[in-house]
Design a protein around this ligand. Structure first.
Ligand SMILES: *[C@@H]1O[C@H](CO)[C@@H](O)[C@H](O)[C@H]1NC(C)=O
Ligand SMILES: *[C@@H]1O[C@H](CO)[C@@H](O)[C@H](O)[C@H]1NC(C)=O
Length: 248
């Protein structure tokens, strides 16, 4: 390995122990704000826990799901996640702006969005029963600029568009950053999935039909997971299923 590459990798792992990771504080659609879940709420007594569209999880360390756990249900909506008790109101075709609490510059990587129909009530569903279709992904922009750099530049916000012909109904959106600063090592990538319930209106007709369980999304050896950020790649092999475009 080139010595500057070694230095960068060492620096990245040092930064990792000190950097504040983030979580999704909420979403904005046509200037309407809906809160996500704050990890500090997890241990609040049920009666005082804010009722929001965001899924609660055991991510009080604002940490990540590691590749060795990609075949467990934690990869769906983060560790030990439980369904949000409310919904974001949206329409097919809406632009959804996700706000992160913060994000460390060293944690470069892709931002990927998935959708899963609840076929009923999302607020009582288990993450294991969700079947994900990928609706958007963004990664390497140019040079060593990644979509996470744009997230930071845009006040920790990033957006995705709900498919224009999406059928009305209840869905979970899985919004995820995969940090690749340690991705050159086995089990070194870091997945930060965040889930929110959406109640989608509008006059679309197309339902996601071919979604996959979270445990089938990635493996630790996928080229987009075990990926070296420091060797000047000019393209990025996105992990996960192909984009689902039938409702676009
Ligand atoms: C979290 O999930 C793991 C594995 O499914 C389980 O062993 C553990 O007890 C759970 N922790 C809490 C606090 O629910
Ligand atoms: C950045 O986001 C924070 C929190 O979401 C908000 O309070 C602040 O007004 C935003 N700043 C700008 C310049 O938009």
């Amino acid at each position: 390995m080139h010595s500057s590459t070694l230095l960068l990798a060492a620096l990245a792992s040092l930064l990792d122990s000190t950097a504040a990771h983030g979580f999704v504080t909420g979403v904005r659609i046509n200037s309407q704000w809906t809160a996500g879940s704050d990890p500090v709420w997890f241990y609040y007594p049920a009666a005082t826990r804010p009722v929001t569209a965001g899924w609660d999880a055991l991510n009080q360390d604002i940490g990540f799901v590691e590749p060795s756990a990609f075949q467990t249900t934690d990869i769906n909506c983060h560790k030990n996640a439980t369904a949000g008790k409310a919904y974001v109101s949206a329409n097919a075709g809406d632009n959804v702006q996700f706000s992160w609490s913060t994000w460390p510059e060293s944690h470069k990587g892709p931002i990927i969005n998935y959708i899963a129909p609840c076929n009923g009530d999302c607020t009582t569903i288990s993450s294991a029963s969700l079947r994900w279709s990928k609706i958007s992904q963004s990664g390497l922009i140019s040079g060593d600029t990644w979509v996470t750099d744009e997230l930071i530049k845009n006040n920790f916000t990033t957006s995705a568009t709900l498919p224009r012909k999406l059928a009305p109904g209840n869905y979970v959106i899985r919004h995820e950053i995969i940090a690749l600063h340690g991705g050159n090592n086995d089990n070194g990538a870091q997945a930060y999935p965040q889930c929110l319930n959406f109640k989608v209106g509008g006059s679309g007709t197309v339902l996601p039909a071919s979604g996959v369980p979270g445990t089938s999304l990635y493996t630790r050896t996928d080229p987009g997971i075990k990926f070296n950020l420091y060797v000047g790649a000019t393209s990025y092999p996105y992990p996960g299923p192909a984009l689902w475009t039938a409702a676009n």
